[in-house]
Design a protein around this ligand. Structure first.
Ligand code: PBG
Length: 330
C-alpha cells in the first residue's frame, strides 16, 4: 500500500500538439479585430502619436496607404476618429454633411474600399473647444438633453455619409434611444449601434487624448463616465442601453475590466466588444522597446484573455500588426 493518498488527478491535457489544438477553448481570429484610425485636416500629414509607436494621425491623402496596409494585414474593420479643422463650443463639425472630417473620411473609404467595414466614433470631445463630450453650461456642467439633440444630428450625418455602424462613446444618458429614434425616422434602421455602454473614467485614455487633443480644458469626465470602483453600476448602464436598442455592448478599457466583459456576456444576449485602449497599447510598446517584455507575445496573450472573458469583438491598436499571424475564419 502506498503511504500517499491517491486523489483524482486534475485532467490537464498536455503533450502532443494535436491534442492541444483539439481542446483549445479560445482562438483569436482576424475577423474579431477592429483597427482604430485617426484622421485630421491638412495635406501630406502622417504624424506618429508620440506615446503610441506605430500609430499615426493621417490627412485624407496619406490615409489610403494606411488603409491598404490594414486590409493587406487581413483586417477589414476600422473605427474612425476625426480631429476637425475648427473646434467650437458645441462641436458643429460633427454634423457637417459636406465638410465634417469624419463624413469626408467615410465617403472616401466607402467609395474606394467597399469591402471595408467603417465604424465611426460618435462623440464631441475631439470637436469641442473645451474638450467635453457635449454641450456645457456656463458653470461648466455637461448638459444632457441639448447634447442628445446634437448627437442625433451627428449620428444621422455619419450614417448618411455611409458609416456601416455607429459607436457612441460619450456615456450621455439616453444616447442610444435618441440615436436609434433619429436613425429609424430617416429610414436608417439597418445601421447598428455599438454602445460604449460600460466606459470608465480611466487614466488609460491619456495617449488618445494627446492624439486628438481632447483633454478637458476644465474639470474631468467623472460626471458622465463611470467610477472604476463600480461593477454593478456597469451592468445597470448596459441594461439601459439594451432597452434602448443597442446592438453591441462595449466595455472600455479592456484589461483592467475583464470582470465586466464576463458579466455582460453572461447577462445579456448581445455581442460584447472590448476596447483595448491607448494606454494599454502604450504600456506594452514602451516596455517592449526597452527589451523588458516580448511585446508581441504580451499583445496576443492580452487579446486572448479578452476573448476568453467573453468578448466577441476586439478594438485594438495592435490589429494591423498582429493580424497576419492570426488565423482567419476563411
Ligand atoms: C471619446 C473617446 C475616447 C476614447 C475613445 N473614444 C476618449 C475619452 O473618453 O476621453 C479613448 C480611446 C483610447 O484611449 O484608445 N471620443
Amino acid at each position: 500500500m502506498s503511504s500517499f493518498p491517491q486523489p483524482r488527478r486534475p485532467r490537464r491535457l498536455r503533450g502532443h500538439a494535436a491534442l492541444r489544438g483539439m481542446v483549445r477553448e479560445t482562438v483569436v481570429h482576424r475577423e474579431d479585430l477592429i483597427m482604430p484610425i485617426f484622421v485630421q485636416p491638412g495635406v501630406g500629414v502622417k504624424r506618429e502619436i508620440p506615446s503610441m509607436p506605430g500609430i499615426h494621425s493621417h490627412s485624407l491623402d496619406t490615409l489610403p496607404a494606411e488603409i491598404d496596409a490594414i486590409l493587406a494585414a487581413g483586417v477589414d474593420k476600422v473605427l474612425v476618429f476625426g480631429v476637425p479643422e475648427q473646434k467650437d463650443a458645441v462641436g458643429s463639425d460633427t454634423w457637417d454633411d459636406e465638410h465634417g472630417i469624419v463624413q469626408k473620411t467615410v465617403r472616401l473609404l466607402k467609395q474606394r474600399w467597399p469591402e471595408l467595414y467603417v465604424i465611426t466614433d460618435v462623440c464631441f470631445c475631439e470637436y469641442t473647444s473645451h474638450g467635453h463630450c457635449g454641450v456645457v453650461s456656463d458653470g461648466g456642467a455637461l448638459l444632457n438633453d441639448p447634447t442628445l439633440a446634437n448627437l442625433q444630428k451627428q449620428a444621422l450625418s455619419h450614417a448618411r455619409a455611409g458609416a456601416d455602424m455607429l459607436a457612441p462613446s460619450g456615456m450621455i444618458d439616453g444616447m442610444i434611444g435618441a440615436m436609434r429614434g433619429a436613425l429609424d425616422g430617416e429610414g436608417l434602421e439597418t445601421v447598428p449601434i455599438m454602445s460604449y455602454a460600460v466606459k470608465y473614467a480611466s487614466a488609460f485614455y491619456g495617449p488618445f487624448r494627446e492624439a486628438v487633443d481632447s483633454a478637458p480644458a476644465f474639470g474631468d469626465r467623472k460626471t458622465y463616465q463611470m467610477d472604476p470602483a463600480n461593477a454593478r453600476e456597469g451592468l445597470r448602464e448596459a441594461a439601459l442601453d439594451v432597452e434602448q436598442g443597442a446592438d453591441v455592448l462595449m466595455v472600455k478599457p479592456a484589461l483592467a475590466y475583464l470582470d465586466l466583459v464576463k458579466a455582460l456576456k453572461d447577462t445579456f444576449d448581445l455581442p460584447v466588444a472590448c476596447y483595448n485602449v491607448s494606454g494599454e497599447y502604450a504600456m506594452v510598446k514602451a516596455a517592449a522597446q526597452r527589451g523588458w517584455i516580448d511585446g508581441d507575445a504580451i499583445a496576443r496573450e492580452s487579446l486572448l484573455s479578452m476573448k476568453r472573458a467573453g468578448a466577441d469583438i476586439l478594438i485594438t491598436y495592435f490589429a494591423r500588426d498582429l493580424a497576419p499571424r492570426l488565423p482567419s475564419l476563411g
